[in-house]
Design a protein around this ligand. Structure first.
Ligand code: COA
Length: 379
């Protein structure tokens, strides 16, 4: 054991590596502030275009600014032809949607927009094209043809249009917009940190978002909502909740949608999304599923407290993400890609902030391997 070992923070837990004006996560108070607005205030009210403008410019847009900003986003939705060709090949090979998104994201500087010299255009082109990639891939993977973007629809409504080839209801578009706003930024989470590390070396925005997609894909970060919904559907009825969760915990398995590295009280995003789900299901969706989910949540929290006392494991954002996105009609496999459709806006905002900070991110490690070996050649 060396002195330096006292300095190790496995998982960088508790380490502060950046100043940011983008979002504030208070895990003890259960508070999330996005560019000055409590998430409860911003998420159900703003359009996604307003949220993106806010994160990239620090202030909400004025009326004229919003119109031209939304127009710029809408005008950059079409992806390069080579990106579509790659998606066709990926679909033919049955590549998972997040891998297809990672591959396609890396092609987005094939034309002058995402790879150009104007930062605002680069940002708009990347954020505008993520939904196009996900929707086109989904349709190709399911034997269909991509549906082109519509410039007359907002960011969220257009995404649903490209997925389904039919216009979403206003309630569905609003529910999706609330989701996108809720998860757009969240402090120095793993994918955002990845994006900042990449930019800190002087690398480019396309590399940063492609790397961030890779980090988001893992089940401990963005990959949990699908399994969270599977759990609710497998439980199927309120009476089965306790026995099902008990045996899952007895097998040492984790309950997806619970626990968080930072939040030790209920994740405020869970409340925003639960309220959005309740509104959506009140509008004719699956109310029984909503009721079952709240019962599963209640049972899971009681059993986590019983089995893991003192760990303070609470509901996280993924639990109600699953319910809301399912209510909008998105299949499980699109949950994490849809998270990326939102979070890319946060990654870009952090990339700009990191560029301004201008400091290479380069932590250290403590060597614990052998020393003094002598070269004797390969036996
Ligand atoms: N279900 C059951 N037990 C859980 C748990 C969960 N969802 N999350 C944490 N725990 C337990 C761990 O087993 C550990 O118990 P132990 O000390 O007896 O071994 C303890 O709580 C602390 O867990 P740890 O892995 O140190 O916490 P972390 O800060 O590294 O983990 C997560 C945070 C998110 C990775 C973790 O809570 C998790 O895996 N959750 C499920 C996946 C999920 O919902 N991810 C989306 C996050 S937004």
């Amino acid at each position: 054991m060396t002195d330096n070992q006292d300095m190790i923070r496995p998982g960088l837990e508790g380490v502060v590596a950046a100043e940011t004006t983008l979002s504030s996560v208070d895990g003890e108070a259960g508070e999330l502030v996005i560019a000055g607005y409590p998430v409860e205030e911003l998420a159900p009210n703003a359009t996604f275009e307003e949220t993106a403008y806010l994160l990239w410019n620090g202030e909400l847009p004025g009326g004229g600014e919003l119109k031209s900003f939304a127009g710029m986003l809408a005008s950059h939705r079409t992806v390069p032809a080579a990106t579509l060709a790659l998606l066709r090949e990926a679909a033919a090979n049955g590549v998972p949607a997040m891998d297809a998104l990672r591959m396609a994201a890396g092609t987005l500087d094939l034309d002058g927009a995402a790879g150009g010299s104007e930062p605002a255009v680069r940002a708009a082109a990347l954020a505008a094209r993520f939904p196009t990639i996900v929707a086109a891939y989904w349709r190709l993977r399911n034997g269909g043809e991509p549906v082109g973007p519509r410039a007359d629809l907002g960011h969220a409504a257009n995404y649903l249009w490209m997925l389904r080839a039919s216009e979403p209801s206003a309630a569905e578009a609003r529910a999706l917009e609330t989701y996108l706003n809720t998860v757009v930024d969240h402090g120095l989470n793993a994918s955002t940190f990845t994006a900042r590390v990449i930019v800190s070396t002087g690398s480019d925005l396309v590399s940063a978002v492609a790397g961030a997609v890779g980090a988001l894909k893992g089940p401990l970060h963005g990959g949990a909502p699908g399994p969270a919904l599977d759990m609710v559907l497998e439980i199927g009825s309120e009476e089965r909740a306790e026995s099902y969760i008990r045996s899952k915990l007895a097998r040492g398995e984790r309950l997806m949608g619970f626990g968080h590295r930072v939040y030790k009280v209920r994740d405020p995003r869970a409340d925003v999304l639960a309220a959005a789900a309740e509104r959506l299901f009140g509008n004719g969706g699956d109310r029984d599923l909503y009721r079952l989910a709240t019962k599963v949540e209640e049972t899971a929290l009681a059993l986590l407290e019983e089995q893991k006392p003192g760990r303070r494991l609470q509901t996280n954002v993924e639990f109600y993400t699953a319910l809301l996105l399912h209510g909008i009609g998105l299949p499980n496999d699109l949950f994490t890609p849809t998270f990326a459709v939102s979070r890319v806006v946060g990654w870009i905002a952090h990339a700009f902030e990191q560029e301004r900070a201008g400091r290479l991110i380069r932590p250290q490690s403590v060597y614990v391997g052998p020393r003094g070996r002598q070269w004797k050649g390969t036996p």
